[in-house]
Ligand binder design. Structure first.
Ligand code: SAH
Length: 216
């Protein structure tokens, strides 16, 4: 089966799992997942599973990418912030749905790999930063949408502050330190409301000093 055929099969699977937003499905269809996964996992690039990437991190399962993207309700004119670039796959999907996508990663090596892929795919509306995403990106705030792709106990205060009024944040939270759930946080003039919508397993969100690329 060709990658193209595999990609179409994946879209049908996401539909049958309840992803209905056609803009989200079209964005996923436009992103070649095979370039985001390691050579050893090429044959599994279109399986609906999470896969390992460098630095002990993972590229999320396509279903989770789809569900988070759908929950984010992204509009074409929006500024979106992602914390945890990883392979860059989620960022690439979002870049097709918004005006500008800002993404922060703490592992320099991962960020460099993702930047190469954005260039290869000519995604010119993606802006990257190496650093601690729990601090957000104050110079670019406020953001209409914020997506966090690593888990913590609570939403970092800087990210709540940098969410625009009328904005939405999607973040995996483990309230008891163990079981994680995706939480949709909406900000309006009166404050924040929260609603959890599905169980997930993400790698941890690690605050403080980011990681240098290993010396070669
Ligand atoms: N969105 C990614 C998957 C992310 S895995 C993709 O589509 O491939 C989670 C990522 O969050 C990891 O790469 C990890 O290094 C990063 N991360 C963890 N804590 C972070 C922090 N404080 N700031 C920025 N990135 C962080």
């Amino acid at each position: 089966m060709t990658d193209e055929a595999r990609r179409i099969r994946l879209i049908m699977e996401l539909r049958s799992q309840g992803i209905t937003d056609t803009r989200v499905l079209a964005a996923i269809e436009r992103v070649p997942r095979e370039i985001f996964v390691a050579a050893a996992f090429q044959d599994q690039a279109y399986e609906n599973i999470a896969l390992p990437i460098e630095s002990g991190q993972t590229i999320s399962q396509p279903y989770v990418v789809a569900a988070m993207t759908e929950a984010l309700e992204v509009g074409a004119r929006m500024k979106v912030l992602e914390i945890g670039t990883g392979s860059g796959y989620q960022a690439a999907v979002l870049s097709h749905l918004c005006r500008r996508l800002y993404t922060i990663e703490r592992h320099r090596e991962l960020l460099q790999g993702a930047e190469k892929r954005f260039a290869q795919l000519k995604l010119r509306n993606v802006v990257t930063k190496w650093g601690d995403g729990t601090k957000g990106w104050p110079e670019q705030a406020p953001f209409d949408r914020i997506i966090v792709t690593a888990a913590s106990r609570d939403a970092p205060q800087a990210l709540l502050d940098q969410l625009a009024v009328g904005g939405i944040m999607v973040i995996p939270l483990a309230a008891n330190g163990r079981d994680q759930e995706l939480v949709k946080i909406k900000r309006d003039a009166r404050g924040y409301s929260r609603e959890s919508f599905m169980p997930v397993r993400f790698v941890p969100l690690i605050p403080d000093a980011p990681e240098e690329a290993p010396k070669r």
